[in-house]
Design a protein around this ligand. Structure first.
Ligand SMILES: Nc1ncnc2c1ncn2[C@@H]1O[C@H](COP(=O)(O)OP(=O)(O)OP(=O)(O)O)[C@@H](O)[C@H]1O
Ligand SMILES: [Mg+2]
Length: 141
């Protein structure tokens, strides 16, 4: 959603381990307060990518999918969202989930399209495409 292909770079991942390592490197490009939209189908590897980003940010807690919690807070440094079960932005707002976009930590947002009306401006995007069982194309900026 809303990305400009011209500015996107491509990384081909051949394993979950590759994607974790890519996430670790990508984390170095992030600044406090960045909100990153993670596009991609179920099983594309968005949560795997988040594990790498967390490691790159020096977070060594286990990164679990926040599908039921909507958002996991890693010490205010990283907020990992999974909006799959959110109906709309108003629901996210009502649950108090939007405040964290402006709390100074890095936000990684899976299924952001479900709450697109409440996302901040100037989000970064990472798009993951499934090429085969083990291969993914990752577009990033
Ligand atoms: N190159 C790869 N990169 C990332 N994951 C891979 C790769 N190859 C295989 N996989 C597997 O694909 C699955 C990706 O799962 P993950 O939970 O990260 O997906 P997701 O995009 O977060 O899905 P959902 O939308 O359901 O949250 C994992 O089982 C992982 O081991
Ligand atoms: Mg996920």
């Amino acid at each position: 959603m809303g990305y400009n292909n011209i500015r996107m770079a491509v990384f081909i991942s051949r394993s979950a381990r590759d994607t974790i390592n890519f996430g670790k490197e990508y984390a170095k490009t992030l600044r406090a307060g960045d909100v990153v939209i993670l596009n991609g189908a179920m099983g594309a590897g968005k949560t795997v990518f988040c594990k790498g980003v967390a490691q790159g940010l020096g977070i060594f807690d286990e990164i679990l999918s926040p599908t039921y919690a909507y958002m996991n807070d890693y010490g205010g440094k990283l907020y990992h969202y999974d909006c799959y079960r959110l109906k709309n932005g108003a629901q996210a707002e009502a649950l108090g989930l939007c405040d964290y976009f402006y709390a100074g930590g890095v936000c990684l947002v899976e299924w952001a399209e479900n709450i697109k009306d409440v996302l901040p401006e100037n989000c970064k995007t990472v798009t993951m495409e499934i090429l085969s069982d083990s291969e993914r194309r990752i577009l990033y900026e």
